[in-house]
Structure formats: structure tokens, C-alpha cells
Ligand binder design. Structure first.
Ligand SMILES: NC(=O)c1ccc[n+]([C@@H]2O[C@H](COP(=O)([O-])OP(=O)(O)OC[C@H]3O[C@@H](n4cnc5c(N)ncnc54)[C@H](OP(=O)(O)O)[C@@H]3O)[C@@H](O)[C@H]2O)c1
Length: 256
């Protein structure tokens, strides 16, 4: 159904959307500004892998951190749903992309997606590796999902005028930071969460995604990475997969 006063959409349109939450459902209500058309040539289930990761990566890397061509982006967790999209959008923006992951298998999948610098965080120090890969300069933009655990090292890994965008807190919420390191680098630390943004901001992000990213998806330059489909009734199994971190990209729940 389409709400009264909503323009641009009709009953029967194939769409995907940035939800307000509550995605484990067969029917959802979504503000019109958070709806996107299913990209040409893509099936509706695959399209479901796109809105959350694309909106998160684009809003942080392009709109907040202003990644520019020729700069270096470091994306932590390159094999994650977010990471697989960050690699592709970073490359599409003309940047050099470095990633961290916990296994060689995941790093090789990151390389297939275009990552230029592969760092195994279990065996290597990412600060040292990013310096080596950038002639000592560091990363211009870091997309971080670890939070407290990586804060200090992320700031060390930043280039002068670097921007650290924190979007995940997998490594905790409280950390100490040597502000002297940050100010010597004229660095910026920002942190956002998509879910808590006002409806108008989400609509602006989705409009930007439709303008800048949808053409890249439609011409095949950027693609959703889907690890597997899991029937909705087996949602607990999908959670086990995510917890064991065996997946690369997205795990999608589907209606049987
Ligand atoms: N702020 C927002 O708006 C927003 C929106 C969406 C998602 N997120 C956040 O973004 C993060 C990723 O989400 P997702 O759905 O893509 O999750 P996911 O697919 O479950 O990925 C989690 C990733 O974390 C990696 N990881 C674990 N420990 C690591 C470490 N020490 N160093 C580097 N990587 C490490 C894992 O890689 P290995 O298996 O290689 O260890 C795994 O690929 C989550 O924290 C989520 O909450 C935030």
C-alpha cells in the first residue's frame, strides 16, 4: 500500500528500503523517503542486502568523512556486510582501500572486491601496516567498527587531516585517547548511528544513495555480497552464523 500524500511510488512497484527496525517481518511500514527502487536487473531478495550497508557506508565515508580520489580508506572488518560495501564504494570514489580481517580467506575475498592493502589483524599490527603501505602518511579516512579497542591505534594510523568515522562498538564503548596525537594530526573523530537519525536525515541519505550509488549498482560496478539465504523460521541459525563470523557479506532472512 502507499500512504496518502506520498508521491513517486505506486502499488506494485518493486522496492527495497532502509527500515526503522523490525525487519524480521513479512510486512513493514516505512517512511516514503527511505524507499528505493529495486535496481534494474536485480531480484528483490538480493536488493534487500543493499539499503542498510550502502546508506551506512555512503553517509559516513562520502557525506561525513568526504573521502576524495587518491586518498586512502582503511575499513576494519573488510569481510563484513559493511566492509564488503566499503571496499567497493571506496574504490568507486577513487580511493586506495586497505582492510583488516581475521583470516587469509576473508582477505582474499576482500582482494576480489578491489581491496589494495590486506591486513590480517590477528598476525599484523594495522598501524604499522598502514604506515608501510602509505610511505608513512597513514590513512586519510578510517571506517571503524571496533570502537574503544581500536580508538588509540586508529588515531595513530590516521594521516594528517585524517578522519576517523566510528560506526560500531564491537570492542567496547570506553577508551582513553592521547589528544595530543589527534591535534598534531589536525584529525577528526566522528561517530554516527543510522538508526537514531531523524527521518529527514535518513531521507537525505537515501536520496544521495539513489543519486550516487544506484547508478553504480545498475552498471555492475558495485554489487551486494550475499553470503547465504536463511528461511525466516531459522533466524536463530542466521544469528549463529553471524556470531561465528564464518560469513562474508550479508546473511539474508527470506520468507519460505
Ligand atoms: N552506526 C551504524 O549506523 C551502523 C549500521 C550498520 C552496522 N553497523 C555496525 O557495523 C559493524 C559491522 O556490521 P555488519 O552487519 O557488517 O557485521 P558482520 O557482518 O557481522 O561483521 C562483523 C565483522 O567484525 C569483524 N571483526 C571482529 N573483530 C575484529 C577486529 N579485531 N578487527 C577487525 N575486524 C574485526 C569480523 O571479521 P573477522 O571474522 O575477520 O574477525 C566480521 O567481519 C557492526 O558493529 C554493526 O553494529 C553500524
Amino acid at each position: 500500500a502507499v500512504g496518502s500524500g506520498v508521491a513517486g511510488w505506486a502499488v506494485g512497484d518493486e522496492v527495497c528500503a532502509l527500515l526503522v527496525g523490525g525487519g524480521y517481518a513479512e510486512r513493514v511500514v516505512v517512511p516514503a523517503g527511505q524507499v528505493l527502487p529495486v535496481p534494474a536487473g536485480m531480484d528483490v531478495v538480493t536488493a534487500a542486502a543493499l539499503p542498510e550497508v550502502v546508506a551506512t557506508v555512503w553517509s559516513n565515508v562520502a557525506m561525513c568523512a568526504h573521502l576524495r580520489p587518491g586518498e586512502t580508506l582503511l575499513a576494519h572488518g573488510g569481510g563484513s556486510g559493511i566492509g564488503t560495501m566499503a571496499i567497493q564504494l571506496g574504490k568507486a570514489l577513487g580511493a586506495r582501500v586497505a582492510v583488516t580481517a581475521g583470516s587469509e580467506e576473508k582477505l582474499s575475498r576482500c582482494a576480489e572486491l578491489g581491496a589494495d592493502v590486506l591486513i590480517n589483524y590477528r598476525e599484523q599490527d594495522f598501524v604499522e601496516e598502514i604506515r608501510k603501505a602509505t610511505d608513512g602518511r597513514g590513512a586519510d579516512v578510517i571506517l571503524d567498527i571496533m570502537g574503544a579497542k581500536y580508538l588509540e591505534r586508529n588515531v595513530e594510523a590516521l594521516a594528517v587531516n585524517g578522519r576517523l568515522a566510528i560506526i560500531g562498538l564491537q570492542g567496547g564503548v570506553k577508551a582513553e585517547l592521547n589528544l595530543n596525537t589527534l591535534l598534531r594530526k589536525r584529525g577528526a573523530v566522528m561517530a554516527t548511528t543510522l538508526r537514531s537519525r531523524p527521518v529527514a536525515e535518513k531521507a537525505a541519505i537515501i536520496a544521495a544513495v539513489r543519486e550516487h550509488v544506484w547508478p553504480l549498482v545498475e552498471n555492475g560496478r558495485v554489487r551486494p555480497v550475499v553470503d547465504r539465504l536463511v528461511p525466516m523460521a531459522d533466524a536463530a541459525e542466521a544469528h549463529r552464523v553471524l556470531e561465528s563470523s564464518d560469513h562474508v557479506g550479508k546473511v539474508l532472512l527470506v520468507r519460505e
